[in-house]
Design a protein around this ligand. Structure first.
Ligand code: PMP
Length: 361
């Protein structure tokens, strides 16, 4: 068996030990005589798996008691609509910060539900950095402020948390691609959402952290889409994605075993540095994001020409490095180095980049 260095932006590389454990437990979960996929979502075995996953996540992120943890469906894209549906709470407008492709999608969808004030945008700089909070033109009547904490496509990340304490307006973050990559202070957010298929687990569940006082929507919504209903029913208003939640639980245990979020953050910084060091020292390559806003999870760069970008991706593949092609909207290359991505993969890419530049520069 050969496993490639998988630089995919998501679904992304999982820890090998998690995959092995899932394989070992596939036919018979801990003597139950059945797979997790075959269990009743209200049976004691599955209930224990679900509760343990939540407990481990609470430990990892030190989630305060007044926050609910939900495992929903519909992905982060679904939340682009479900967030405004639930979070307007009688108000008619919301603030959005436009940092790139994912923020743009959130903005477009929110416009179907409310007046959107784009309080700041990085469009004029080609989405290469996060606009500083001092430049934001916030609407005092906004129901919430929405950010995308890591732009998976552009490779642009917030390395600070917006401070809204003076206004009391809740901060909402799409953390799909950097949740669990470092420690955060959950209490600085009203709501956090994240598709699971990067640092949490596999596609099929959306992780949500919601502050208690924000749970009641002011308008009539389908029960499935009401955070308050899902919180009351512990994410089991209908049949939850049991296998995706089980797998998230295995990943949470794996992070705990690594030493928790400070340990994975340290490793993530070291891994990203291996590649950013090449971008800084080899002028053949051009990094997309400005150094103060560049992502630890998605490293975006290009060669001098599109032909060389194409060749780079092809040759890297021949050398055991897969999924390096950048998103069609930005072009170039993107190396995603989530928690489970190995340091050796970053070293292999850095060596390959240096060789490639020497040959084609
Ligand atoms: N937001 C961000 C930042 C993402 O990276 C992604 C997926 N790549 C999404 C939203 C959409 O997530 P999903 O496909 O789970 O709906």
């Amino acid at each position: 068996m050969t496993r490639v260095f998988n630089f995919s932006a998501g679904p992304a590389a999982l820890p090998e030990s998690v995959l092995r454990q899932a394989a070992d437990e596939m036919l018979d979960w801990k003597g139950s005589g059945m797979s997790v996929m075959e269990m009743s979502h209200r049976g004691k075995e599955y209930m224990a798996i679900h509760a343990q996953a939540e407990a481990d996540l609470r430990e990892l992120l030190a989630i305060p008691a007044n926050y609910k943890v939900l495992f929903l469906q519909g992905g982060a894209i679904g939340q682009n609509a479900i967030v405004p549906m639930n979070m307007l709470r009688g108000k008619t407008s919301a603030d959005y910060i436009n940092t790139g492709e994912w923020a743009k999608k959130s903005i477009k969808e929110a416009k179907n539900y409310c007046k959107v004030n784009v309080a700041a945008t990085a469009e004029d700089t080609g989405f290469t950095s996060v606009p500083p909070q001092s430049t934001w033109k916030l609407d005092p009547n906004a129901a919430y402020v929405h950010i995308c904490s890591n732009e998976t496509i552009g490779g642009v990340e917030y390395h600070w948390v917006p401070d809204l304490s003076a206004t009391g307006v809740p901060l909402i973050a799409d953390m799909s691609s950097n949740i669990l990559s470092r420690q955060i202070d959950v209490s600085q957010y009203g709501l956090i959402y994240a598709g699971a298929q990067k640092n949490v687990g596999i596609a099929g569940t959306t992780l949500m952290l919601v502050r208690d006082d924000l749970l009641k929507p002011a308008r009539k919504l389908p029960l499935m889409l009401q955070y308050g209903v899902q919180a009351k029913d512990q994410s089991r208003h209908n049949t939850p994605p049991v296998f995706a939640i089980y797998l998230s639980g295995l990943v949470f245990k794996w992070i705990l075993k690594q030493g928790g979020l400070d340990a994975v953050h340290k490793a993530n910084m070291a891994k990203a540095k291996i590649i950013y060091d090449v971008l800084e020292s080899v002028p053949f390559f051009k990094g997309h994001a400005r150094p103060d806003s560049r992502s630890l999870m998605n490293i975006t760069f290009r060669c001098p020409t599109e032909q060389l970008d194409e060749l780079f991706v092809k040759e890297a593949f021949k050398n055991g490095m897969d999924q390096l092609k950048g998103h069609r909207s930005t072009g170039g290359m993107r190396a995603s180095t989530y928690n489970a991505f190995p340091t050796d993969g970053c070293k292999a890419l850095a060596d390959f980049m240096r060789e490639f530049a020497k040959k084609h520069g």
